[in-house]
Design a protein around this ligand. Structure first.
Ligand code: COA
Length: 326
């Protein structure tokens, strides 16, 4: 067996909801502006005492329950996140321990909103190479904790949540191809400036707001559309697939206009593009697995369907994976 398949999927979103109307009360913005510019209506927001590992654990439990899998049957835990509980130790170590899987290898991946696409490529490769038989990959974020609530250009965009998939060895191979890329020439395009080894948090840097996420929105918009189209084209070519072979496009949920522009170029009719941005906003590494989980629950995806997962984000980074659902 040197194939891989996704055998279980789950997700979790915190209970508290922040609506466009809520944002209207604290910011110089409107439901109309947010809806037409982004497609977002609501976001789920983690409680003060709820950290990214808590979101991961809830999503992982949902996936384990759906797949009737015991935590100890998972050989390796991977968490893709830019909002870990701590700079170290890895959030995945905490997650595995809380799931009663102490001793299993566990590590985090930080490649911002592309985290799930990179993670899917890595986890599939680990399984196909025979290193592990079952890997839990979780994309999770508590972005509300690093958003400046007084900055209307970012406060409206981001939400919290987690999505988890269990990948396992299979006779048939679902992982058809991958295209990943990164360009770190201008990290400040989308970044959390303070708190790392380059710029420590001091009274001055806190005053300057370096503990909050920063973003050059227009730049990212152009980059996102271009890279989604490019990466999807390359991944399809590698898998020897045509655009018309694709049953489902599951894109990173950053902006409905970005998704629409890419889908148009890729000739994907609206009904074959999975979009849940209205409910969650941008949940970074969690957005694709949450969208997958919801599409499965809705009974949309059938065995044999071809899916393109495509994402982009901080780094800058991007990637696409083509997948045949088993
Ligand atoms: N409410 C009302 N007005 C707002 C606003 C808000 N929340 N945010 C910005 N504006 C204003 C701006 O100040 C600007 O005003 P001006 O024309 O008087 O200068 C105007 O709206 C247009 O701003 P602009 O930034 O050009 O809007 P846009 O159409 O590019 O939309 C984003 C802004 C952020 C929604 C869009 O650029 C985007 O989604 N970019 C990608 C971001 C992203 O995906 N980030 C995560 C990557 S994983």
């Amino acid at each position: 067996m040197n194939g891989v398949k996704i055998s279980a999927v789950g997700h979790y979103a915190p209970a508290a909801i922040l609506t466009n109307e809520d944002l209207e009360k604290t910011l110089d913005t409107s439901d109309e502006w947010i809806t037409t510019r982004t497609g977002m209506k609501r976001r789920h927001i983690a409680a003060e005492n709820e950290a990214t590992s808590d979101l991961c654990i809830a999503a992982a439990r949902d996936a384990l329950r759906n797949g009737k899998i015991a935590p100890s049957d998972i050989d390796c835990y991977i968490v893709a996140t830019s909002t870990p509980d701590y700079a170290f130790p890895a959030t995945a170590c905490i997650v595995a321990a809380q799931l009663d899987a102490v001793g299993k290898p566990a590590f985090d991946m930080e490649i911002a909103c592309s985290g799930f696409i990179y993670g899917l490529t890595l986890a599939s490769s680990l399984i196909r190479a025979g290193v592990y038989s079952r890997v839990m990959l979780i994309g999770a974020e508590s972005l509300s904790k690093i958003v400046d609530r007084s900055d209307r250009s970012t406060a409206i965009l981001f939400g919290d949540g987690a999505g988890a998939v269990v990948l396992e060895a299979a006779a048939e191979n679902s992982f058809l191809s991958s295209e990943l890329g990164a360009d770190g020439r201008r990290p400040e395009t989308l970044c959390l400036l303070g708190g790392g080894s380059r710029r420590r948090l001091t009274a001055e840097s806190l005053k300057a707001g370096e503990q909050y996420l920063r973003m050059e929105g227009r730049e990212i918009f152009k980059f996102a559309v271009t890279k989604m189209i490019e990466a999807t084209g390359i991944a399809l070519h590698r898998a020897n697939l045509q655009k018309s072979d694709v049953n489902w496009l599951i894109p990173h949920q950053a902006n409905k206009r970005i998704i629409d522009a890419a889908a148009k170029y890729l000739e994907m009719p609206e009904e074959r593009v999975i979009v849940n941005i209205e409910e969650y906003g941008n949940t970074s590494a969690a957005s694709i697995p949450i969208a997958l989980s919801e599409a499965l629950t809705a009974g949309k995806i059938k065995p044999g369907d071809i899916i393109v997962f495509v994402g982009f984000g901080g780094g800058l980074s991007w990637g696409a994976v083509t997948w045949k659902w088993a």
